[in-house]
Design a protein around this ligand. Structure first.
Ligand code: HEC
Length: 186
């Protein structure tokens, strides 16, 4: 009698566990819905991410610093789509200007960044993302988001991010400098 009730108890516990899992207890995430809200700016990106390129934009008087998460930096291979979980950050600073208003250059001929970010643009790819965008907009499994220089979300439209990246870079997994960097690195 004792043995039977122990077995019954065990079966009930397994059943309860199964029901709890099916109901999504234990914090399963909400279903995917396309949009910039999917991207979270990692709080430690400035210290943890790898800066793989810096682009001087003299005509716009800005410097564009390009960072990627170290996991994607290590896993990316030439000719392959970029790894799932790739998160690329385009972080702009103002260029230091001379008295005449034109950008100053350092000893290597590069622009000189002023302290502080003025804007952040982010692209991130994850399995299952991109579902729900029309084919003329969808960039594979990438999402795009904008943040202000201080890391708060910038709710301005990300429509142009999709339309420009899809036109020019569909064959290079919708990325620019990181794709190019991976093809050429030694
Ligand atoms: C008119 C075309 C165009 C638009 C619009 C555009 N991009 Fe880009 N994006 C580029 C180019 C070109 C680069 C390469 C870096 C450079 O030269 O500035 C780039 C680079 C990037 C990068 C760095 C990744 C890499 O591998 O180079 C990120 C991140 C990025 N863009 C995100 C965005 C986001 C977010 C938006 C929308 C807010 C956006 N882009 C809108 C053309 C565009």
């Amino acid at each position: 009698m004792r043995r039977i009730s122990a077995t019954a108890l065990f079966a009930a516990a397994v059943l309860a566990g199964g029901v709890a899992m099916a109901q999504g207890m234990g914090g399963s995430p909400a279903p995917y819905r396309p949009g910039p809200h999917n991207i979270t700016l990692p709080s430690d990106w400035e210290t943890r991410f790898i800066r793989f390129a810096t682009v001087d934009k003299a005509e716009r008087k800005i410097i564009r610093h390009l960072y990627v998460n170290p996991e994607a930096f290590a896993a990316a291979r030439p000719g392959q789509p970029l790894p799932d979980g790739t998160l690329i950050i385009m972080a702009d600073t103002r260029a230091r200007l001379g008295a005449d208003g034109t950008p100053l250059r350092d000893h290597s001929g590069r622009l000189i960044p002023e302290p502080g970010w003025i804007a952040l643009g982010v692209q991130e790819k994850r399995p299952g993302w991109g579902e729900g965008y029309p084919p003329e907009k969808r960039n594979g499994t990438w999402e795009y988001a904008r943040f202000l220089g201080d890391g708060r979300r910038n709710d301005a439209s990300v429509e142009a991010c999709f339309t420009c990246h899809i036109q020019t870079r569909a064959g290079q997994d919708f990325a620019f400098d990181f794709w190019d960097y991976v093809q050429k690195r030694q």
